[in-house]
Design a protein around this ligand. Structure first.
Ligand SMILES: C[S@@+](CC[C@H](N)C(=O)[O-])C[C@H]1O[C@@H](n2cnc3c(N)ncnc32)[C@H](O)[C@@H]1O
Length: 226
């Protein structure tokens, strides 16, 4: 089994044992955040980051260039659910970084609390991303706004949260499920509509990555606040 750093993202690894798989270095060795596969190589513990379980992993395999998550990055995560993707971001930002995770549903929040008790760089926030002012006492200015709420008004949600919390020059990474916006429209039109909404909200779209075949009719849109 061989491990190397990912050529574009220094906190992401590629593990080769016949096939290549993405992985992150476990920030809390011995602790599993969900039912991820763990690999030990040269005394270090890596967690396989499956593109079938996490959209940013799929986006990396599909060639995304904009994923500015590294040691010390501060992230506001909308729709953190039980923390599957966030646990890999937690590995990447390390103890110097922080992930403020907003989730509206109680059930996934319960599972997230188990993860956040150990991964202390995740701050769980039970609340709605439609009300950014309601968590102003908990969240500081961030480098990255990651959103995966799968809601029809997610463009507006992202713009409003970016106005509250995203630093100038910060990045938005938005996961879009086309059918959650409009089932009747072709996905490309849905994505274009959201890009336009981001532009109007002062966010400059940088790239659009289609997540097929891992997530059919899903895309990730990266944008910058400038
Ligand atoms: C597709 S899942 C997120 C999966 C997660 N991002 C991951 O990769 O591990 C969407 C989540 O957004 C949450 N959500 C929906 N509307 C929301 C809102 N207004 N505020 C916060 N979370 C919301 C849902 O409860 C659900 O857990």
């Amino acid at each position: 089994m061989r491990v190397r750093r990912h050529p574009r993202f220094d906190r992401v690894y590629v593990i080769r044992d016949g096939r290549s798989q993405l992985a992150t270095l476990n920030l809390v060795p011995g602790f599993r955040s969900y039912d991820e596969v763990v690999r030990r190589v040269s005394g270090r513990e890596y967690r396989i980051w499956s593109p079938h379980r996490s959209k940013p992993a799929a986006a990396i395999l599909r060639g995304i260039r904009t994923l500015p998550v590294s040691r010390g990055t501060k992230i506001l995560y909308l729709g953190i659910a039980s923390g599957t993707t966030a646990s890999h971001f937690s590995d990447m930002v390390g103890w110097e970084g922080v992930i403020y995770g907003v989730e509206v549903a109680h059930r996934p929040m319960r599972d997230l609390l188990r993860v956040a008790r150990v991964r202390k760089n995740i701050v769980p926030i039970l609340g709605s991303a439609r009300r950014p002012e309601s968590y102003a006492h908990l969240v500081e200015e961030v480098d990255v706004l990651y959103a995966d709420v799968a809601q029809p008004d997610q463009g507006r949600i992202v713009v409003e949260n970016s106005e509250f919390y995203l630093k100038d020059g910060g990045h938005v990474i938005l996961a879009v499920k086309a059918s959650s916006v409009d089932v009747r429209l072709p996905p490309k039109e849905v994505y274009e509509g959201i890009r336009e909404e981001l532009r109007r909200g002062g966010l400059r779209p940088l790239e659009l990555i289609d997540l097929g075949p891992f997530y059919p009719k899903h895309a990730i849109i990266a944008a910058k606040r400038s």
